[in-house]
Design a protein around this ligand. Structure first.
Ligand SMILES: Cc1ncc(COP(=O)(O)O)c(C=O)c1O
Ligand SMILES: N[C@@H](CCOP(=O)(O)O)C(=O)O
Length: 468
């Protein structure tokens, strides 16, 4: 399988090259030149597979330049009960009203990011060792990518991590998880701004080809294709777990911000997984909900982006949305490049003429949730199901209940555990959220972080200085 760019101007690459590449040289995102198709017989064969084997079967369709024995060793080493809490890896539970939850947050940092990041950490190690190379990761986080990446890469000999986070905007627990790490290869940089400013800096540095080459800059964000394809696996696992056979259809509801998670669902659907609808749930930062309702994409500025109680979704420029739009416009890279010039100019674009395709051909629908909705959902599910939802998953459950139609089974993706967001859980339930073992007193540990203005040149000089 070869990889092309959403902006249409990259010579096709192998999978391993995309793992190290980050942003494509033309500023776009890597995608496979076609989505492998999974037929009914294959679905039947995959239904009974344990998670690591399912991951292998899916990844071997994409990572065709990695010998199959090596790939199998990677998925077997990554998806273990010791790391993810149970052999099921992603169990499903059903709420009193029939809405189902796919548990994705039982990994080391208590968020769904671990599902892909644990694999990416092992992939980096494998590819870098084979090539005898080093990589310096520059990442951006609104709260969960950062800790998942740092836990996956801490102490690794051939990788440094420089992680940008919005200063003062993440939860107390999220900050403690990242900033208390003392490993020498981990560098936390708090940016005076929002997540979008951090991601803009990552993309600006990626687009400085001379700096990127000189300092061997890679990425762990969903810019990296390997992150997205690893997330495709749990849509298959969730479907097999939540249905009785492959004749059934299932809808997924996905709390969304940077559009990486639901983009993986879109890809699973394109591969032939019987997904009915993909329900995009946003918080008050509703740029995606607006697009799926109107066909108009109007990214907001930092000043127009709210700081909310589901902070990991405080995103107004959804990076991965570009991958979906590439498919929506018939994989026309020149058209995507034109649309993203308008995004970069702060204008956005109007694809309302394609709204029927968005809904009928690609199955997208959306809804938004507010602080009051989130608190009400957390309270109700706690009272009726004795389940404490984290604020982001609560946004998903709220939207799923709202848009679900009679007879439709909806599987909501759990994106984090409530322990990461104690402030909001206390407000909703007047008690502390359950805290998994190993995190006691984390907020009291000393923290190591540098705070800077939202400026790519400053970040580049910090990186150059650290690597000197
Ligand atoms: C807890 C949580 N929920 C939801 C999201 C949104 O996911 P995505 O950015 O893939 O749309 C994120 C961030 O990625 C997150 O950390
Ligand atoms: N919500 C994310 C934002 C970054 O998303 P990514 O999927 O592109 O890494 C976070 O928690 O950092």
């Amino acid at each position: 399988m070869k990889y092309i760019s959403t902006r249409g101007a990259m010579a096709p690459l192998e999978f391993s090259d995309t793992v190290l590449m980050g942003l494509a040289p033309d500023g776009g995102l890597a995608l496979p030149e076609r989505y492998p198709q999974v037929d009914r017989a294959t679905l039947d064969a995959w239904r009974a597979l344990p998670y690591p084997e399912l991951a292998f079967e899916i990844l071997r369709l994409y990572a065709t330049d990695i010998p199959e024995d090596d790939l199998k060793a990677l998925t077997t080493r990554t998806y273990t009960a010791a790391v993810f809490g149970s052999a099921a890896i992603t169990p499903v539970k059903t709420l009193h009203d029939g809405v189902k939850i796919l548990e994705l947050s039982n990994g080391p940092t208590l968020a769904f990011k671990d599902m892909a990041m644990q694999l990416l950490g092992n992939l980096f190690e494998y590819v870098l060792q084979k090539r005898g190379e080093r990589l310096n990761i520059l990442g951006a986080t609104s709260g969960d990518t950062g800790s998942a990446a740092e836990y996956a890469l801490r102490g690794k000999a051939n990788v440094n991590v420089f992680m940008l986070s919005p200063a003062g905007k993440m939860s107390v627990f999220q900050r403690a998880q990242m900033y208390s790490l003392t490993d020498e290869n981990i560098h936390n940089i708090a940016v005076r701004g929002m997540f979008d400013d951090c991601q803009d800096i990552v993309k600006a540095v990626q687009n400085d080809h001379a700096f990127k080459e000189a300092y061997r800059i890679g990425t762990v964000n969903s810019i990296n294709w390997a992150r997205v394809v690893a997330q495709v696996v749990y849509y298959f696992a969730g479907y097999f777990n939540a249905t009785a056979n492959n004749d059934e259809k299932l809808s997924f509801c996905v709390p969304s911000g940077n559009f990486g998670n639901v983009c993986a669902g879109h890809i699973a659907r394109q591969m032939g997984l019987p997904i009915d609808r993909l329900i995009v749930a946003t918080n008050e930062n509703d740029v995606l909900d607006e697009f799926f309702r109107t066909g108009v994409y109007r990214p907001r500025s930092t000043a127009e982006t709210f700081v909310t109680s589901s902070p990991s979704m405080d995103i107004s420029k959804a990076s991965n949305f570009e991958r979906f739009v590439f498919d929506l416009v018939g994989r026309d890279g020149a058209e995507v490049a034109r649309l993203w010039r308008a995004v970069d100019a702060g204008v956005g674009f109007d694809l309302s003429a394609r709204l029927a395709d968005v809904r009928e051909r690609f199955g997208f629908v959306s809804g938004a949730s507010s602080h009051a909705d989130r608190l009400a959902t957390i309270r109700q599910i706690d009272a009726e199901d004795s389940v404490v939802l984290d604020p982001h998953t609560a946004d998903g459950v709220k939207v799923a209940r709202e848009v679900r139609i009679p007879g439709e089974t909806v599987l909501c993706l759990e994106t984090a555990l409530p322990a990461k967001f104690a402030e909001t859980i206390r407000e909703a339930l007047d008690r502390e959220p359950p805290r998994p073992a190993g995190f006691d007193g984390i907020e009291d540990l000393p923290q190591r972080v540098v705070e800077v203005d939202a400026d790519a040149a400053t970040v580049k000089s910090l990186i150059a200085h650290a690597l000197a």
